[in-house]
Design a protein around this ligand. Structure first.
Ligand code: ADP
Ligand code: MG
Length: 606
């Protein structure tokens, strides 16, 4: 008879590894747990040291109450906690941790070294564990507080280690967690170091100052204080003025009893408060803190504890909307920016894969043999600087075709000798209508120009032909801590295309040069938008990053609807388009032109 008993009790180490999966999903989850423990221990000073986005090292050093020699070992047992004695305690809990499984879970999937000392003890203890097994325990002399180092996360679960994303992406997750924790505890001094370098240091301050320290000075003057006391609890914090609303990546934070939470339902309430004051697709920043009795919330519904259920959710909703609305009204916050300008540059949506144009594109009829440049129009030296040409009300002035500064050779235009331009007209300040021998072509001027610029920018980056325009008045780029981390990653690519900048204080840079051809596009906004797009595409290789940068810049710099074009400008655009690799679609994959041939017209007229 075969043995039919196949149920086995898992060895404890394996069980802990499985349990660990709930708490420890990535390096950022370890950072979160260690920070919460340090805060629960009453620390006023917390240092975070990370190596290789947490793969190699996650270390948190605090000046909190520390642990006794025996607690230093017990702390790693599953369900070891100093915070609950009985099940009822769960409902009255105001501390961060509450399940006593963080340290056990972390120790199950990494090498951990804990050094800790209480003030009243002469000596501290050092405890080492690997894969959940205690390896050593000794008395040492060390400062008061706790210093815990987590090395080689998932060293014993290769599948999970492989599952980690790029260092950039993992580190950004860490910065997000640190951001959340530091915003919840502005009275604590924090510093974050990555690979030996200080990323930021935040000294104890008030909430308003903490928001500015983290988010950058760009938020200064754009925050309105809110406060309301209700029988349900207190709501306080800051909301952005309508001017602070942006389309992507707004800083939106809710905290309950000093813990960061996500709450889509309350988010909706806040959005409703902004109704009609900001465009439907824009998001205002907010930093909203709830203080409620611990027994009125259920924090235990999600293992990573960012989701919290309120007993009185429905009752909070209208209060939240109203306080936002009223604060905006009191501040007389009427938006001064019109987001719906007709000729505002089209802001591209992030591509959903590494290949921006992988999705099937809409078909448009286009005659590739159609050439609008038959004739004797001569241009040996196409002007690349569109703005230079654009500023002057250019007729066929030969000098204008000399670039004002050195421009790389983008390649000879297809037709340069003996060319006569076809007849081009501008229609509605939006389209260029080209009358060919047998066809009429209607081209979208913004899409056409962005295609030209996109290919030029991309070529520049790929061939390292940097082309900068120094800025007479350098622009200041103020970044949040998180943006700063991302900026470090893309700085090289931005330089490749022609931006130049130098450090200008904490998380601040001075933009000293911009890529030529950028025209009037705001360099700060352009860099910020590029970063937002790159942030949502973290797995991109260099060329993918370049494409995004080129696309954002091209969309920003391209002429918009409403610009009047001279004949010369239209011809120049047509000529530049004719040397593009793709003449059919804008960099965002929208058709550039509609072509109608004579036969179609004749058919319609039958
Ligand atoms: P929990 O925080 O849910 O109690 P943890 O596994 O995170 O569970 O921690 C277990 C226990 O270890 C805590 O209850 C606390 O007593 C102790 N501990 C952990 N980290 C620290 C620290 N940084 N300082 C002092 N005590 C700590
Ligand atoms: Mg804990």
């Amino acid at each position: 008879m075969p043995d039919t008993n196949c149920i086995q009790v898992l060895p404890e180490v394996v069980a802990n590894q499985i349990a660990a999966g709930e708490v420890v999903q990535r390096p950022a989850s370890v950072v979160k747990e260690l920070l919460e423990n340090a805060i629960d221990a009453g620390s006023t000073h917390i240092e975070i040291h990370i190596k290789d986005a947490g793969r190699t090292l996650i270390q948190v050093i605090d000046n909190g109450i520390g642990m006794s020699a025996s607690d230093a070992v017990t702390a790693f047992l599953p369900h070891a906690t100093s915070k609950i004695r009985q099940a009822e305690d769960l409902f009255a809990l105001s501390t961060m941790g509450f399940r006593g499984e963080a340290l056990a879970s972390i120790a199950a999937v990494a090498h951990v070294e804990l050094r800790t000392k209480r003030q009243q003890d002469e000596l501290g203890s050092c405890v080492c564990l690997s894969g959940g097994q205690l390896e050593s325990q000794e008395l040492i002399s060390c400062p008061n507080g706790t210093n815990i180092a987590v090395r080689d996360i998932f060293y014993n679960i290769p599948a999970r280690r492989k599952f980690l994303k790029s260092n950039e992406s993992e580190f950004r997750n860490i910065v997000s967690v640190v951001e959340q924790v530091t915003l919840a505890h502005p009275d604590i001094t924090f510093s974050l170091h990555h690979n030996g370098q200080l990323v930021f240091k935040l000294v104890a301050e008030n909430t308003h100052q903490r928001i500015l320290s983290l988010m950058g000075k760009k938020m200064d003057g754009k925050l309105l204080a809110i406060q309301v006391d209700t029988i349900l609890g207190r709501i306080s914090g800051y909301i952005g003025t309508p001017e602070a609303a942006i389309k992507r990546g707004a800083a939106q934070f809710f905290f309950v009893n000093q813990r960061y939470i996500q709450h889509p339902y309350f988010n909706k309430a806040v959005q409703m408060g902004y109704d009609k004051l900001i465009p439907a697709d824009a998001k205002a920043p907010y930093f909203i803190y709830f203080e409620v009795a611990p027994d009125k919330i259920d924090v235990n519904i999600h293992p990573t504890k960012t989701e919290v259920r309120f007993e009185d959710e429905k009752a909070f909703f209208p209060i939240l909307s109203a306080v936002v609305r009223e604060t905006l009204g009191k501040a007389n916050a009427i938006p001064s920016i019109d987001f719906d300008q007709d000729d505002a540059p089209y802001i591209p949506a992030a591509p959903s894969s590494n290949e921006p144009f992988a999705a099937p594109l809409p078909k448009v009829s286009f005659d590739p043999s159609y050439n609008p440049f038959k004739g004797n129009y001569t241009s040996k030296n196409p002007v690349q600087n569109w703005e230079a040409l654009y500023e002057t009300n250019a007729e066929h002035t030969p000098e204008l075709q000399e670039p004002a500064y050195s421009t790389p050779d983008w390649g000879e235009p297809l037709i340069s000798e003996q060319s006569i331009p076809c007849k081009c007209l501008q229609w509605k300040k939006k389209y260029i209508v080209c009358l060919g021998d047998n066809t009429v072509q209607v081209l979208h001027q913004h899409r056409l120009h962005s295609r030209i610029l996109y290919e030029q920018y991309l070529k520049r980056m790929r061939t390292a032909q940097k082309c900068s325009m120094p800025l007479l008045f350098p622009e200041v780029l103020e970044l949040s801590a998180k943006e700063n981390a991302l900026f470090a990653e893309v700085a090289e690519n931005l330089k490749e295309i022609g931006f130049d900048f130098e450090p200008f204080g904490k998380q601040t840079y001075q933009i000293t040069a911009v890529p030529d051809g950028l025209g009037d596009a705001n360099p700060v906004q352009t860099i910020m938008e590029t970063m937002q797009l790159l942030q949502t595409n973290t797995t991109l290789a260099t060329d993918g990053k370049r494409e995004i940068i080129a696309r954002t810049l091209a969309e920003k710099a391209a002429i918009t609807a409403g610009k009047e074009l001279s004949d010369m400008q239209m011809h120049l655009l047509m000529e530049q388009l004719s040397v593009c690799q793709d003449t059919t679609y804008s960099p965002n994959g929208l058709p550039i032109a509609v072509t109608i041939d004579e036969k179609e017209i004749e058919n319609k007229l039958k």
